[in-house]
Design a protein around this ligand. Structure first.
Ligand code: CTP
Length: 423
């Protein structure tokens, strides 16, 4: 059983909130409802009060006999401010239906009524179930506000497609079905645990593709041309993206360590295999983190058996260039994707070379490693990088690769917010 706070905003779908509240109480949850003034035009307080067995608050100055306690809980023994006490005790805050207006207020942090003030004061997971006319849902302003909330850790319960309230209108914007809404609330509650507090899932709903490790290009049946990449940085990125709620696919080239849990792994050996796997995964990805060290050349002719040394004084290996996978993917990118490349450079002119890669490969960011230093980069636990974007450079000081991965994903999140704001 959880303490669930449900905020109801004005819209025809408010009647469906009654069913959500009914299902939640029937499932054993303790529910309190707060409403906006305009939602009262659609469903009165008395309906929610009858279903929950507790008063409904609309205004900050409403008198709450329970002083912010949930049904079944003793009221606080101090002079609590009701709506603040409600959010302090809530295990999750669901806004359903969430109108375009309330979504805009939540995105910009406005607190001009009890529902939005409570959201600002709430540290429990926030779930938002939008419902509105399809043009309002598709409007860039709403898209941007929804994306802001998602990146900030809110769970967006996507509206369904079908006939809408106004006559003849059909499209996306229908409030998700009450059973789906409750299932999503319970999924979030299971992840966060009762009263576990705020757990940022800022990449919820996004697909992140990571490449990691170093490719091996066969010379013969036992030997290969390889590189020193252990895959630690890519593994740290995959782990951090999964931790932030993303669905992660990891193309793993000869990793020296285990892939993180909860990540789908596609194992590859050579640059050509990595290219094929990346081509298959990329169209569905929202974010590409290209951390693998992909061979730039491969032996022109790999021998099927083991090359014998007998009789040879010298062996010349002819190499052929491989495809630049990142460049190829970048040429096929679609507008919503964020592409991050990695550059391993020696010393002084590294920054200029990495910036040139940002432009020539059409990337959103390049993570630069100075490989002239022995304490960072290949096969080490720590890393120190510079993240280069069109806007500038961000140095990330020496830190464990997990912390560097977090800095790279912070940058990805910022880039995505900026893009949405531009559109
Ligand atoms: N990369 C790739 N395919 C290749 C080679 C590299 O996708 N065949 C990707 C790497 O995963 C990395 C970035 O490109 O994200 C590195 O850029 P690149 O210009 O290839 O770096 P270097 O190989 O170090 O380049 P150069 O030889 O030009 O210094």
């Amino acid at each position: 059983m959880a303490r669930l706070l449900i905020g109801v905003t004005g819209g025809i779908a408010a009647y469906k909130a009654v069913e959500i509240v009914r299902l939640a109480t029937a499932a054993g949850h303790s529910v309190r409802v707060v409403q906006t003034a305009s939602s009262l035009r659609f469903v009165g307080k008395a309906t929610f009060e009858a279903v929950t067995g507790a008063s409904v608050l609309v205004d900050e100055f409403d008198r709450d006999p329970a002083d912010g306690a949930f049904p079944g809980d003793p009221p606080p023994d101090y002079g609590a401010i009701s709506h603040l006490e409600l959010v302090r005790r809530a295990d999750a805050y669901l806004v359903a239906p969430a109108s375009a207006n309330t979504i805009a207020k939540l995105a910009t942090g406005q607190a001009d009524n009890l529902l939005t003030s409570a959201a600002l004061a709430c540290t429990a997971p926030l779930l938002v179930a939008p419902a509105m006319n399809n043009h309002m849902w598709e409007h860039p302003a709403t898209r941007s506000n929804v994306e802001t909330l998602r990146l900030r850790g809110a769970t967006i319960i996507e509206p369904g497609t079908g006939s809408l309230a106004s006559k003849g209108e059909w499209g996306a914007g229908r409030l998700a079905e009450p059973t789906e809404v409750l299932a999503e609330v319970e999924r979030v509650l299971a992840g966060a645990g009762p009263s576990a507090g705020f757990s940022p899932r800022s990449l919820d709903g996004l697909r992140v593709l990571v490449t990691a490790g170093g490719t091996r290009e066969p010379i013969d049946s036992v030997r290969y041309v390889g590189n020193r990449s252990s895959g630690r940085m890519g593994v740290a990125l995959a782990a951090e993206a999964a931790h932030r709620g993303a669905e992660v696919a990891l193309i793993a080239a000869n990793l020296s360590r285990a892939a993180p849990e909860g990540v789908r792994v596609v194992a590859v050996q050579t640059a050509a295999e990595l290219h094929r796997a990346a081509e298959a995964e990329f169209p569905e990805a929202d974010v590409l983190l290209m951390a693998a060290a992909v061979a730039d050349f491969r032996p022109a002719q790999a021998q099927e058996t083991k090359i014998k040394k007998s009789g040879r004084v010298e062996l010349t290996l002819a190499l052929k260039p491989t495809t630049d996978v990142l460049e190829a993917l970048s040429q096929a990118r679609h507008p919503g994707q964020t592409l991050v490349g990695f550059a391993a450079e020696h010393g002084a002119h590294g920054l200029a070379r990495a910036r040139a890669k940002l432009e020539s490969k059409g990337l959103d960011a390049v993570v630069l490693n100075d490989i002239s230093r022995a304490d960072i980069g290949f096969d080490t636990e720590d890393n120190e990088v510079t993240i280069i974007t069109a806007a500038g450079e961000k140095p990330v000081p020496l830190a464990p690769k997990a912390a560097v991965a977090a800095a790279v994903l912070d940058c990805v999140e910022a880039l995505r917010v900026q893009r949405v704001a531009r559109e």
